[in-house]
Design a protein around this ligand. Structure first.
Ligand code: NZQ
Ligand code: ZN
Length: 388
């Protein structure tokens, strides 16, 4: 462990079949006006909306609704939410949905009392809020992003063809999150597996960097093994509570800041994926799976030892009699076969991307410098080209 750090995660988690009872503990802590934020209507069809509204009413809350948050929420929609939150004089923003709804709620929470251009301030200049922040609570219905226990907020600017995540500090984390694995049972299969791959990618973004001996990497390997094991079970039987609950908890730990502590991190798969998302509006986890193999095969020579360790400790590759490079490559082959079996999208064409978008996607890709290779624009073009 070579890095210095501070660690604090203030989000209170209520986990399990009875997790919604947490609302009855939390709601009395906040004022009367609640902005109830949700997506395109899945919570109305599966009954979660009724349960949440009942809890709000029992606690004497005045409910102001803000539905219709789209996957990959836009800055225009955030501005609309800010107006609603102001009109409601919101004391609490309750996000009921997936990462998009949670991310959106956080973006609104830091903007209600902010007089500046929020896109420029938070998503271009990456400033921290210097205004009052409206508290956010979360009832999670889709597993993957980790948004339920972090400060991340990823917002799309369609006009500028940019999809950018701001990782806010602790005071923007949800105050509490309700995690009931059963609330995820109605997810369509493609969303379930997209979320599973998002989790895997979060762990790998933090794992494939650095050469120091770091506790975080051992935790990551454990999380990955649990994820792969449970994903295989959930793929066969999506209603397996044990597997789905393990996946849900792994998602939270994959991106609640813990496994990034004391080490460098990469995040280039996400930068590539977000650029694809900005041009196609495709499902987040699938944008990651589509670019992963070309990217990892490209950087493997610069981090061979770590890729070999990954092959052995996560995929069970037997290193006996093989070179480090051969072991590393075999690990990626096993990973690729697993991804295909799960049904993930493995190329950009299937996501609706075209070669005409290539220039724009290269321009929209933010270049990070924490991984094994800092890519040039030309290398980004090569990786994206290989992903078609
Ligand atoms: O909108 P509704 O009708 O609710 O339908 C949603 C949506 O269509 C549906 N859904 C959610 N829960 C359901 C359900 N359908 C049936 N039953 C349920 N229980 O699933 C669809 C996808 O939901 P969404 O919230 O968009 O998915 P996800 O959780 O993957 O969130 C994706 C967003 O999070 C960002 C992504 O970039 C993307 O914008 N990310 C946020 C991060 C963070 N905060 O740290 C990190 C991630 O890397 C990611 O970038
Ligand atoms: Zn992600």
């Amino acid at each position: 462990m070579i890095g210095n750090f501070t660690y604090c995660n203030p989000t209170k988690i209520y986990f399990g079949r009875d997790a919604l009872s947490g609302l009855y503990e939390e709601l009395p802590k906040y004022g009367k006006n609640v902005l109830l934020v949700y997506g395109g209507g899945s919570i109305k069809r599966n009954g979660i909306y009724d349960k949440v509204v009942a809890a709000l009413k029992k606690n004497g809350k005045r409910i102001f609704e803000d539905g219709g948050v789209m996957p990959n929420p836009t800055i225009e929609k955030v501005k609309e939410g800010v107006e609603r939150a102001r009109a409601a004089d919101a004391d609490l923003i309750l996000a009921v949905g997936g990462g998009s709804v949670c991310d959106y709620a956080k973006a609104v929470s830091v903007s209600v009392h902010c007089g500046e251009d929020i896109w420029e301030k938070y998503f271009i200049r990456f400033e921290e809020p210097d205004c009052e922040i409206v508290p956010v609570g979360c009832v999670l219905t889709m597993v993957g992003t980790g948004s339920e226990m972090n400060g991340g907020s990823v917002i799309t600017n369609r006009e500028q063809k940019l999809k950018i995540g701001h990782v806010f500090g602790e005071n923007v984390f949800p105050k509490f999150s309700v995690l009931n694995p059963e609330f995820t049972f109605t997810l369509p299969r493609n969303q379930m597996i997209s979320g599973i791959y998002d989790i895997m990618s979060h762990i790998l973004e933090q794992y494939f960097s650095g050469t120091d001996d770091n506790t975080s990497d051992y935790i990551s390997e454990g999380l990955l093994r649990s994820l792969i094991h449970s994903a295989d079970i959930a793929a066969e039987n999506p209603l397996d509570y044990e597997a789905r609950s393990n996946i849900m908890w792994t998602a939270t730990w994959a991106l609640n800041t813990l496994i990034a502590k004391g080490k460098t991190t990469d995040w280039m798969v996400h930068m590539l994926g977000q650029s694809v998302g900005a041009h196609t509006d495709a499902t987040h986890g699938m944008t990651l799976s589509a670019v992963t193999m070309p990217y990892y095969r490209y950087i493997l020579p610069f981090g061979t030892a770590k890729f070999a360790r990954y092959a052995v400790n996560v995929w069970g590759v037997d290193p006996a009699g093989k070179t480090e490079l051969a072991v590393a490559r075999e690990g990626l082959e096993r990973m690729e076969a697993w991804m295909k079996k799960l049904g993930l999208v493995m190329n950009l064409t299937e996501l609706g991307a075209t070669r005409e978008m290539l220039d724009g996607m290269v321009k929209s890709t933010l270049i990070m410098d924490g991984g094994y290779k800092v890519l040039s624009e030309e290398e980004i073009r090569a990786v994206l080209s290989a992903s078609f």
